[in-house]
Design a protein around this ligand. Structure first.
Ligand code: DX5
Ligand code: ZN
Length: 215
């Protein structure tokens, strides 16, 4: 079974807790929380206070995707808010190795995200330290963008790199995922599908979570 991480970026922000409860009831494996700062990406979304308030009403695994400049400044606030996994962008980290270990030293999981144009080779010396690699299949910033099929080759290459290096990192894909692109990604070796608009804008979001899990 494929793991599914619905992105609450496509939920109703006036009723976020209901969105989290809905995906929990549908059997989602984690909640994907897209944090955008208006600098690294041209959009502004969720801060630590919102995550803390959601945490108060949910025991789900919180997967926090930081699309921000200087992510090291936000690691501790999101950890304190209740993040279980923090993913930083390689492109945003001058000292990627240091940030990875700052996250791991808190006792939570650490992921690194790669934009579409970033080669997996940037992970060569850190991949064994990671719990997750996030392959972006859109240029980050907004929900409901078109899936970039270059991500499929990248997943295949990354799967080989993980095998060669003995890394146990999971592979996550994010952007433009639906049942067709999700299927392609799963066949290429992905472990976790992030999906936002496909789930939250569907007629029956709970059933859509189950459909993606069945891929
Ligand atoms: C993109 C975000 C994604 C996005 C996914 O910047 O990181 O998580 O919300 O949305 P969909 O599934 O609609 O492409
Ligand atoms: Zn995301």
């Amino acid at each position: 079974m494929t793991l599914v991480a619905p992105s609450i970026l496509s939920a109703d922000f006036a009723h976020l807790a209901e969105g989290v409860a809905m995906i929990e009831n549908a059997g989602a494996d984690m909640v994907h929380i897209d944090v955008m700062d208006g600098h690294f990406v041209p959009n502004l979304t969720i801060g630590p206070q919102v995550v803390a308030d959601l945490r108060a009403g949910s025991s789900m695994f919180f997967d926090v995707h930081l699309m921000v400049e200087r992510p090291e400044q936000l690691v501790r606030p999101f950890y304190q808010a209740g993040a279980n996994l923090i993913t930083v962008h390689a492109e945003a980290c001058t000292h990627l190795h240091r940030v990875i270990h700052e996250i791991k030293d808190l006792g939570i999981q650490c992921g690194v995200a790669l934009n579409p144009a970033t080669p997996i080779e940037v992970l060569k010396y850190v991949v064994k330290d990671l719990d997750l690699v996030l392959i972006m299949s859109v240029n980050p910033g907004f929900a409901a963008q078109q899936f970039l099929s270059l991500a499929v080759d990248k997943i295949r290459d990354l799967r080989q790199m993980l095998e060669k290096t003995g890394s146990s990192a999971k592979i996550q894909i994010d952007g433009g995922i639906n049942e067709h692109t999700g299927q392609e990604a799963v066949e290429a070796g992905v472990d976790i599908l992030v999906a936002g608009s496909y789930i939250f804008k569907s007629a029956d979001p709970g059933e859509t979570v189950k459909l993606l899990k069945s891929l």
